[in-house]
Ligand binder design. Sequence first.
Ligand SMILES: [Zn+2]
Ligand SMILES: [Zn+2]
Length: 149
Amino acid sequence: MMSLALASSTTSIEKVLHQAGRRVTPQRMLILETIRESGGHLDADEIHRLARQKAPHLSLSTVYRTINVLKEVEVIEKLHLGDGRPHYEIKKGEHHHLICRGCGKVIEFQSPFSDKWGRGWGEKYDFEITRAHLDLRGYCAECRQEMSG
Ligand SMILES: [Zn+2]
Ligand SMILES: [Zn+2]
């Protein structure tokens, strides 16, 4: 997917928007920057709250519309982290998530183990795996400490 590599810098994102026939608007750049600066994994309300620090008049419906455009051109990706609300992150290379059921924190990790692991299942079912994404749920160190204390 071409946009994977392109999504890493602002000028490339402008290029992606242009190629998709979309205009580069200040809102689109602002929302993209907001997601990027936060490290990703935000829901629409969180994006709205953070983006309004720079653009106080930004409405939630503009945030939703902008998210849809960015998703369509594949600059951001929708995630399901288990709390029922869609979250978004900048589309990038394959990585996996450790998701805390206590505080909602998301820790990203990359591991070639998905290749090995995936290959085994692929061989077993004669299936060619083109993408792997693991969401592992549990409790982070802080939440475990809180629960035990
Ligand atoms: Zn936690
Ligand atoms: Zn992620």
